[in-house]
Ligand binder design. Structure first.
Ligand code: AHR
Length: 668
């Protein structure tokens, strides 16, 4: 009805010739020339990664069982049982009184069966707030068990916790007094209607009365991205891959640092069989299994076609952020073991096959050939401890590592203004801020000295619209989800990065993922639950910019400057495909028409991808400024094609608050 009224109104306005005079903005001229100003580095767009918001455990890492090996918990406490619950009255506790399944995993689940019980009794894991059961998938499950007082069979199943429907079940025999691993598969032939499902283990109560049974290191894996063992959840992995990232910074972020030196991320405790990995208390308030470890990250980066940017621990923990902290920075004369540890990590990653014990260890863990590695990031956000970084930490790591690996390049993490010795050539700069900051910063590199210094915008996002917040104040008026306004502001900034990609060699929106049932940080580029995935407006901007890459920036007249607010743009050419891209962010509230002209021939058709809020939006006219659990597809890109009659010019309307990528076939 509303649309009908608008159509009638439009027809009347056209009839009386007034539409243009009251509605159409005057067109701006934009000339795009074949002058190439900057070679765009292949590393320009990518991701920063750390386990935050259950992004790894419970997220990208496809393991379905939460608290699978009781890592990082205090035995004997109720809290140690998170993720687990009794079924039909079994008594559960986490214990370290019996030998664990490995020296790395001292904790076990003790299941005591009361006397005088009959029927199935046991326990269940509720997954990461649900378990997705999908018909046609083969789930690989395993656990260790031992008992001196029970030798009967054990039943494992995938079961609905609401209806009791059993989707798949297996009976396992052979438990005895020594740890034994049971490995089996579930092949459900029904898809569960929801994710309120459990992984249930039972014994027959009549056979087990009064018994104590110990369990350890459980696992339940669905099919994974590219079928990798111990691999990634398919829908999340595919969503990352669809943005064609070319850098992958890991393992943090704060989660590299640890709450203390000893709880830092330790590469050597994240490799090999999962039974060898003790896990750790992560920096984001939940234990990390480290199932997603160094080799998994490196394989994943390869699967994406992305260059790793490896963060190494550089002598501070997040406790050091507070001036009141009792944790000092590692003093200069105690730093060497940590430098040596980083060197060993790099040997493990890059040594030629068979050339060293660490190369042999890598091969033993499934990877013979070395990984490509160029970028080492020394620490994370060391602007919080700049004095020690400048005085000795940066120097200690860079000098020692480059002596052994002269080809490596190092990223500093202090403020750009902090002088370092040796002088940094690459720097990781972070910014979480309001849209206005990103509008202004679209030009921050235009006049930056071309002195060889390269920037990685290693974390950025619009996190708030509260302009009374200090710039970068992440706790001030946080957005719940990335908004279209924020995404358009990020896109405005990205036009500046791309235009100046002789200075900005890489970038990463952050953080990446948010489990909607347990998160510490919003907004995030994708949100998910056990069974759902929401791609944000910011996600689509990343995809639009990254998947449509030129090899050189093209000159435009006028250039995008502060004067052209609210429009921001960058043009590029891909010399392999002869495609030209024009990326435009309109952060204003009016449609704007560009008269585009070219000093080279443009093909007969163009395509446009546009991210905008439809005029009357979606879902029964409800206006949503973000993709949310309620309206997960309120803001999605729309593709269209258009004919180009004159190969030297055409006009194009960029809608209010939108991001557009035009792709044209050209002859340059
Ligand atoms: O992206 C979330 C956090 O923000 C990162 O861990 C840290 O580097 C930054 O302060």
């Amino acid at each position: 009805m509303v649309w009908k009224n608008i159509l009638v109104l439009t027809a009347l306005l056209n009839l009386y010739g007034v539409w243009g005079s009251i509605q159409a903005p005057s067109a701006l001229n934009l000339r795009i020339t074949k002058n190439k100003t900057v070679d765009i580095p292949s590393t320009l767009y990518g991701y920063m990664w750390e386990d935050i918001n259950q992004s790894g455990d419970g997220g990208l890492y496809a393991e379905l069982l939460q608290n699978r090996a009781f890592q990082g918990v205090i035995p004997g406490t109720q809290a140690a049982l998170f993720g687990w619950q009794p079924f039909q009255g079994a008594w559960l506790s986490v214990t370290s009184d019996t030998q664990g399944v490995s020296s790395a995993l001292p904790n076990s689940l003790e299941v005591d069966i009361p006397s005088f019980v009959n029927g199935p009794i046991g326990f269940e894991n509720t997954g990461y707030w649900g378990i997705k059961v999908q018909s046609g998938w083969t789930y690989t499950a395993s656990f260790y068990a031992k008992s001196s007082t029970f030798s009967g069979s054990i039943t494992a199943s995938l079961t609905s916790s609401t209806t009791g429907q059993v989707f798949s079940t297996q009976t396992l025999k052979g438990i005895n007094s020594k740890w034994k691993q049971f490995t089996f598969q579930f092949t459900p032939n029904t898809t569960a209607p929801d994710t309120e499902n459990v992984f249930r283990i039972t014994v027959n109560g009549a056979d087990a009365q009064g018994a104590s049974i110990f369990f350890g290191m459980f696992s339940l894996f669905p099919p994974t991205f590219r079928g990798r063992e111990n691999g990634m959840r398919i829908d999340l992995a595919e969503a990352f891959a669809a943005t064609r990232p070319s850098v992958w910074r890991f393992p943090g972020g704060n989660n590299l640092e640890g709450g203390s030196w000893d709880t830092r991320w330790k590469w050597n405790e994240t490799i090999g069989p999962i039974e060898n990995r003790p896990g750790r208390i992560g920096d984001w308030s939940y234990p990390n299994t480290d199932g997603l470890g160094l080799l998994e990250y490196l394989n994943w980066a390869e699967d994406l076609g992305a260059e790793p940017i490896l963060g190494i621990w550089a002598g501070i923990s997040i406790a050091n952020y507070s001036e009141l902290s009792s944790w000092p920075v590692v003093p200069e004369d105690e730093l060497k073991p940590y430098v040596d540890d980083a060197i060993n990590e790099i040997h493990f990653i890059t040594d030629p096959a068979g050339s060293s014990d660490l190369a042999k260890l890598r091969e033993q863990y499934g990877r013979k050939e070395p990984y490509a590695l160029t970028f080492i990031e020394v620490g994370n956000e060391d602007q919080f401890q700049p004095d020690s970084y400048a005085a000795y930490r940066w120097n200690a790591f860079v000098s020692a590592i480059s002596a052994e690996f002269p080809h490596l390049e190092f990223l500093a993490t202090t403020q750009p203004s902090t002088a370092l010795n040796p002088a940094y050539k690459r720097i990781d700069f972070h910014q979480y801020a309001v849209p206005q900051w990103f509008h202004d910063a679209a030009f921050m590199f235009d006049d930056y000295p071309r002195n060889g210094t390269k920037w990685f915008i290693g974390e950025y996002a619009v996190t708030s619209t509260n302009t009374s917040c200090n710039l970068g104040a992440i706790s001030c008026g946080r957005l719940a989800f990335p908004t279209l306004e924020g995404a358009a502001a990020e896109a405005a900034f990205m036009t500046g990065m791309e235009r100046n990609s002789d200075v900005v060699f890489a970038s990463a929106y952050a953080p990446s993922l948010q489990h909607l049932r347990n998160f510490q940080w919003s907004p995030d580029i994708m949100s998910f639950t056990a069974g759902t995935l929401i791609k944000s407006a910011s996600y689509f901007v990343q995809q639009m910019f990254s998947a449509n890459r030129g090899t050189q920036v093209l000159e435009t007249t006028p250039a995008s400057t502060n004067d052209s607010f609210p429009l921001f743009w960058v043009a590029s050419h891909n010399n392999k495909t002869n495609a030209m891209f024009l990326k435009v962010s309109n952060v204003g509230s009016d449609d704007i028409v560009f008269d585009l002209s070219f000093d080279f021939p443009v093909g007969g058709f163009g395509t446009a991808i546009t991210l905008a809020n439809p005029p009357l939006t979606v879902n029964s006219g409800v206006f949503s400024v973000a993709n949310t659990p309620e309206y997960p597809e309120a803001i999605v890109p729309v593709s269209s094609a258009f004919a180009i009659v004159d190969p030297t010019k055409f006009n194009y309307t960029f809608p209010a608050q939108s991001v557009t990528v035009l792709s044209l076939s050209v002859k340059i």
